[in-house]
Write a protein of this length. Sequence first.
Lengths: 228, 289, 543
Amino acid sequence: MTVIKNRAVRTVLRYAIPFGAIPALVILGATVFDEKRYLIISFGVALAAIVLFMAGIEKKNIGSRRMVLVAVMTALAVIGRFIPLFKPITAICVMAAIYLGAESGFLCGALSVLISNIYFGQGPWTPFQMLGFGMIGLIAGYLCEPLKKSRALLIGYGVLAGIAYSMIMDVWTVLWYNGTFSPDLYLAAIISALPFTALYAVSNAGFLILLKKPIGDKLERIKQKYGV
Amino acid sequence: MREFHEYNPITVAAYYLCATAVTMFTMNPVVIGISLFASVINYILYAKNGIKPHLFSLVLFVIMAAVNPLINHNGMTVLFYLNDRPITAEAAIYGVTAAGMTVAALYWLRLFTKAMTSDKLLYLFGRLSPKISLILSMAIRYTELLRIRWRKISDAQKALGLYDDGNLIDALKGRARVLSILITWALENGIITAESMDARGYGTGRRTSFRLFRFRMRDGLITAICAAATAIAVIGLNGADVVWYPSIKTTLFEPVSIMGYVGFGVLSILPIIINTKEAIRWRYLSCAN
Amino acid sequence: MAVFELCELSFSYPNSAKKALEKVNITVDQGEFIALAGPTGSGKSTLLRLLKPELMQNGDQSGTILFCGNPIGDLPPRESAARIGYVAQSPEEQIVTDKVWHELAFTLENLGKKQQEIARRVAETAAFFGIAPWYRKHTSQLSGGQKQLLNLAAVMVSEPEALILDEPTAQLDPIEAARFFDTLYKLNRETGVTVIISEHRAEELLPLCDRMILLDHGTVVYDDAPRAIAQRMDKSSPYLPYLTAASRVFIHSGGAGECPLSVREGRKFFKSREIVSGNPHSPSATAPPGKEDCAALEMKDVFFRYHKDGADVLNGLNMTVNEGEIFAVLGANGCGKSTAAAIMTGVLKPYSGKVKLFGKALKEYKNGSLYRENLSCLPQDVESVFLHATVREELRGCEEIVNSLPFDLAPLYDRHPYDLSGGERQLVALCKALKSNPRLLILDEPSKGLDPNAKERLSELLRKLQSSGLTIILISHDIEFAASCADRCALFFDGGIAACESTSDFMCGNRCYTTAASRMTRGILRNVYTVDAAAAMIGGDRS
C-alpha cells in the first residue's frame, strides 16, 4: 500500500479502502481484539479517511503559488501550536480555507498537526487530530462566502469548531480509557474538559477576529497580484 | 555501525507500530510486564535524555494504578476498607496492569516520535504521495525560517523603539505587530519560491520522489522478522485471557501462550539484539585490524 | 549556433505607457559569458525573465526570441525547465525544500526522472560544487553564500545549455560573491554552459566575462567586450560606474592605449605612466568633522557570548565613535559586527564591559527613552520595519523628514512597500528610522543590493544627515561604499577592532582589505584611495 505510483492503483485504492479495508478492520477488530475494537476501528477509519483525502488531492493540479501559500499557512499554524494556552491553529486553518479553498484548509489543518506532533509526540491520536483540524478547514472552505462576509458567522464558526473538536476528541478519550463507548464516562469527560473547551472556543473566536484582517488582506493582495 | 534506527523508515515505523499495537490491545499482565521492561530499556538506550521523562511516567503510573481500586470496588479479596468502601486486590491488580499498559504504550510512542524525524516522515509520505510530501517539506522549512525571522523582526522593532514590553498590553501589541510583519514577509516572499519552483519545472507533468533511504534486503529481513514475531504473538495470545472479577481466573500459561510471549519478547527487544550484534561485530573487526 | 537570438524585441507592462524594453537586438552564442549591466529599472530583469518562459509576465511583447533556432514559446515545458536555468537574487527564498539533498533533486523530480538517474546527477553536481560536506544539512542552516551556491547547483543538475542569473550576488558579502563568481567561471569554462548574468559588482565580474551589454531605458547602449566598451566611453559618460576602477582611471586620464580592466592590469598601467602631481590631497592632515572630545558612543572592554559555555563573540571590544562623524565598521560576515550592533542598540547585553551613549550608560536610559531622540537602528533586512500596505501609511508621522530629503517620495505613496526597488525600500525605511529624531543612527549593510547610482545617492544623503548633526555608524562589508562616505573606518576581526583610523589612513594603510584604487596605486602613488584622485595624478605615457 505504500507505493501509489500509477493512477490505476490509486483508483483501485480509493474504492478498496471504503469497501474493503474498513470492513476488514471492523471484522478484525471485532474478532481478534475484542477488548478495544472500537478504538482500532475508529483509528483505522480516521487513517483511511486521511489517505483517501490525500489521494484525491494528489490527483489534482495544485499550482506552485497556492502550494507555497499552503506551506506558509501550515508553518504559521505549527508555530501557533507552540503558544501556550491560546492556540491560533484553528483560526489559521479557517483563514487558509476561506481564502485558498477547502482543500488548502484541509491540508493546512492536517499537515500542521503532523509536523507539530514531531515535537509534541506522535501517537494513535495523530490521525484523529489530523482529521479533526482537517475537517475544520474543509468545512470552512465550503462555507467560505458567508464566512468572508459576516463577522458574526465567523465567530460562530470558531466557537462551534472549538466545541465540536473537543467533543469529538472526548469520544476518543473515552474509547482509549474504557475500550467501549459509555455515555456516562463521555459526559464526565465533557464536563471535566469544560474549562479547556471554553477557553479553546473563546480563543478561536478571538484569533479569528484578530487575524481576519491582517491575514485576509495580505492573502487577497497576493492572490490578486500574482493571480493564484 | 548500523544501528536499528538507521534501517529503512518503513521498517522502523512498522516495528514501533507493531510493538505499540500489541501493547495497547492486550490486558495480559505478562505481555505488559515484558513490554514495560523492554520499552524502558529501549528508551534509556536510545533517547538518553535524562531522568525527567521517567519521573513523569512514574507519577502517571502511580496515579493510574491508584485510581482504579479507589473507584472500582468489584472483587472478592478485600484488602482493607477506606471510608467504608472495600479496596480489593482484584481491582488493585487490574489498576496496576492498566497503568502498566498505558505507560508502556507511552514509552513506545515516545520512541516512535523520537525515531520518526522529519526526513523519515517525509520519506514515508513521499512514497504515499509526492505532492503531499513536497508541501510537508516546504512547510517544515518555513517553520524553521519563520522562527528565525520572528527573532530578527522583533530585534529590529526593539532597536527602532517600536517594541515596548513595559506592560502586558504593550507587549501584546508588540507581538501582534511582529506577527503581522512576519506574515507579510512570508507571503510576499513566498512568490519568489513559487517562481523558483516554476523555473525548475514544477507542474510540467508527473513528479517522481527522490529518496535517500533504500529498502535493502536487510530491511526486508528485519521487517519480516518483525511481522512474524507480531503474528506469533497475536496468535499465541488469543487464548490467553484474564477474568478479573469477582476473582482473578487466568489462562495465561497454556503452551500456546508461552509461544506468544516468546514471540512478543523477541519483538520487544529486537533493537537491542540488532545493536548488540553490530557492537560485537565492530569489536571483532577492530580487533582483526 | 546561437543560443538566444533576440530580434527587435519590445515589451511593456500593462498599465504602463513607458516601454520596459525597446527594439532590443542581441545574439548570444554558445558558451559565451555575458554581463548585463545598467541602472535599476533599465529593463535588465525584464529582459532576463523573457528568456525564461516559465517566468513570462503579462504585458505587450513584440519582436521575436529564438532559443537554439526555434521560437522560445514553442519549447515544451519540460525542455524549457531543463535547458534554461534561472537563478534569482535572494538566496533564501529561492530554496524550496527543507534539506540540501532534496533541493538538489527537486528539478529532476519535477521532470519525472528515475531514482537512479537522479542519484547520479545529484552526486556529480554535489561533487563539482563542493556541496558534499553539507549534503544532509537543513537548508535553513546554511550561510547566504552556501545557499546561493546551492541554488546554482540545483539548477545545474538538469544540465541546462543556458544559465540566466539576475543579480545573484547582491545579497552576499564580497568573499561569498568571489566564490560564487569563481564557481560560475569554472562552470562556463569546464562545461561550456552559456552564462548571462546581471550584476553590479563590475570589479570582480568584468575581468571574467567575454561580453558586456549595457542597458538603459530599455535599449541596448553598449554591446561589446568590456575593454572595447571602456575604450569608447569618455569622461562625461553616465555609465562610468558600471566599469571597473582600472577602466575608470584610464578613461579619466584621457584614454590612450590599451584599456586596463583588472587591478593587476591597472597597476601595469600606472607603472607605464608619468605621475604629474605629488600629492593631490593629504587627507590625514584635514581634521575629521567629528568632535574628538565628545563621544557619541563608547564601548569599553565589552565581552559577549550567546551561550554560557559558548565562545566569546565579542572579545574585549573597545570602540569610540565621536559625535557628528560617520564611522564605518568593516569586516567579513561572521566576525561579530552584527552582534556588536545589537549590543550598541541594547537588544543584547554584554556580560562584561561598559557601553556608554552620549556619556550615559545604556541601562540608565529608562522607559525606552533610549529609542526616543537618542538612538535608532536600521536592520539589514529593511522589510523587518514595514508594517502597512502602502508607503503612505508607512510614512505617517514622518512628513517633516520626508520633506527634508533631497528626493521626492510622493510617487511611491500608493505602492506596497514590497513592490519598491531595493533603493526605494532603503529610503522609506530610513525615514521610519529617523522618525524618532535620533542623535545616533546605526545602519546595518545599507548598501546591500543597491546599484551604483543608488549607492551614490545614499552616500550623499548620509553626508547631508551628518551635516544636520547626526552621528552615523555604518556596519558594512562594502569597502568602496565606506570609502565614499565615512570619516573614520574600523576593521572588525575576531570579536574586536584590529585597526581604527581616518578613512584615508585606513584605506592607504591596508594592503588588500581596501578599495580597488588603493590596491592599484600601492607603492606607486601615495595616499590615494579613490578613482578620481588616482586619475588626477596621471600624466602622459612614460615611453
